[in-house]
Write a protein that binds this ligand. Structure first.
Ligand code: GRG
Length: 316
C-alpha cells in the first residue's frame, strides 16, 4: 500500500481547501474554516477506511467506520491543518498525520466509553461502540484504530517526502502524547483521584495529559512538518497547551449536567472543584495566554487566534 491519503482525497479538493487560508489582512470566518476543514477530514477518513480494509472482518470494519465516520468535530486534525498551513507545510503529509491523530482520538473515545472505564451508552449522538457492537468488538476496533494510525504515519512513502529524521521524530512525538507519557497517563491518574480531595491544580495537571497532550501534539505536528524553528515550535507548544486545557475546562462547563453523574462515580472535574465562575475565569485567562504566544506572528496567526476564540467561546 502506497501513500494512501494523498491518493484517497483528490488533489483538487485538498488544493481548494488549503488555499482558502486567510490571506494577510482578511478576517477569518472560523465557522466556515471549520466546516471546510471538517469536510476535507471527513472525506479523507471515509475514503481511507473504506478503501484500506479488504481483509478485515465485516463487523470489525463496521465498528471502526461507525466510530470514526459521520460525526465528531475533527478539532485535533483541524488544528494540525491550521498550524501546518501557517508554517507552509506540505499538504499531503499534514493530511496523513491529521488523519492518524483523529484515529487515535476515536480509539480513545471507544475505549473510554467501555463499561470498565466511563461506561457511557452514547457517544457523538448515537450508541457508543460497545453498545452497538458489543464489548469485544469495541475493544478490538479501538486497538485497530490506534495501530492503524501508526501504520499511516510510518508509511515509507511519507518518510521519503519528510525525510527519515523528521519522520521518526513525528512518530515518536505521537507515541509520546498518546501513550503512557501522555493521554493514558492522564486517564490512569483520574482513577487515583476517585474519592480523594482534589484541587484545581491537580485537575489541571491531569487534564494537560488526558486531553491536552494529544491536542498539543496535533499542533506541534503541523509546525514540525512546516519546518518550524525551535523557538516557533516552543511558542506553538505553549499556545496548544493552553488551548488544550481550555478545551477540557470548556468541555466540563458544557457537560455541567454530567457533574452529578461524575460525583456519583467519585470523579471530580474542573467545574465541580472550582465552580463555574472560576472555571470561566480560567478559560478566559488561557485564551489570553494563547493570544500572547502567537502575537509575534501578526496576521499570519489569525486562524489560530480564531481557533482559540472558538474553543473558549463554546461556553458563552
Ligand atoms: C485511551 C481509554 C483512553 C482514554 C484516554 C481522551 C481520553 C483519555 C478519553 C476520552 C474521553 C473524554 C471525554 C476525554 C476528554 C477529552 C474530550 C473533551 C474528548 C471529546 O473530544 P471532542 O469534543 O469530541 O473533540 P468529538 O466527538 O467532537 O471528536
Amino acid at each position: 500500500m502506497g501513500y494512501h491519503l494523498t491518493t484517497a482525497v483528490s488533489k483538487k479538493k485538498i488544493n481548494n481547501v488549503w488555499h482558502q487560508t486567510n490571506a494577510a489582512g482578511t478576517a477569518v470566518d472560523i465557522r466556515r474554516y471549520f466546516r471546510e476543514r471538517k469536510s476535507l477530514m471527513d472525506t479523507a477518513l471515509n475514503q481511507y477506511l473504506k478503501s484500506n480494509s479488504p481483509k478485515i472482518t465485516p463487523l470489525l470494519h463496521q465498528a471502526m467506520c461507525y466510530s470514526v465516520l459521520d460525526a465528531g468535530k475533527r478539532f485535533r486534525p483541524i488544528l494540525t491543518l491550521a498550524v501546518g498551513e501557517m508554517f507552509g507545510a506540505k499538504r499531503a503529509p499534514v493530511l496523513s498525520f491529521a488523519c492518524a491523530i483523529e484515529l487515535i482520538h476515536c480509539y480513545s473515545l471507544i475505549h473510554d466509553d467501555l463499561p470498565s472505564l466511563d461506561n457511557d451508552d452514547f457517544r457523538r449522538g448515537k450508541l457508543s461502540c460497545h453498545k452497538r457492537f458489543g464489548e469485544a468488538i469495541a475493544l478490538l476496533a479501538g486497538d485497530a484504530l490506534l495501530t492503524e494510525a501508526f501504520f499511516i504515519v510510518s508509511d515509507p512513502a511519507l518518510a521519503r517526502v519528510l525525510g527519515d529524521s523528521l519522520s521518526a521524530k513525528l512518530i515518536r512525538e505521537i507515541s509520546e502524547s498518546a501513550g503512557m507519557r501522555g493521554m493514558i497517563n492522564g486517564q490512569s491518574r483520574e482513577f487515583e483521584l476517585e474519592n480523594c480531595k482534589v484541587t484545581a491544580d491537580i485537575l489541571e495537571d491531569l487534564d494537560r495529559l488526558k486531553t491536552g497532550a494529544l491536542i498539543t501534539t496535533a499542533a506541534r505536528v503541523g509546525a514540525m512538518i512546516g519546518g518550524a524553528m525551535h523557538k516557533d515550535l516552543d511558542r506553538i507548544t505553549r499556545y496548544a497547551q493552553s488551548l488544550g486545557l481550555a478545551f477540557q475546562i470548556t468541555d466540563d462547563i458544557l457537560d455541567e449536567h454530567e457533574i452529578s453523574k461524575d460525583d456519583h462515580k467519585g470523579i471530580a472535574n474542573y467545574l465541580s472543584v472550582a465552580g463555574k465562575a472560576k472555571a470561566n475565569e480560567r478559560v478566559q485567562s488561557l485564551f489570553l495566554q494563547c493570544l500572547k504566544e502567537i502575537e509575534p506572528y501578526g496576521k499570519a496567526a489569525e486562524t489560530l487566534r480564531e481557533i482559540a476564540r472558538y474553543v473558549t467561546d463554546r461556553t458563552l
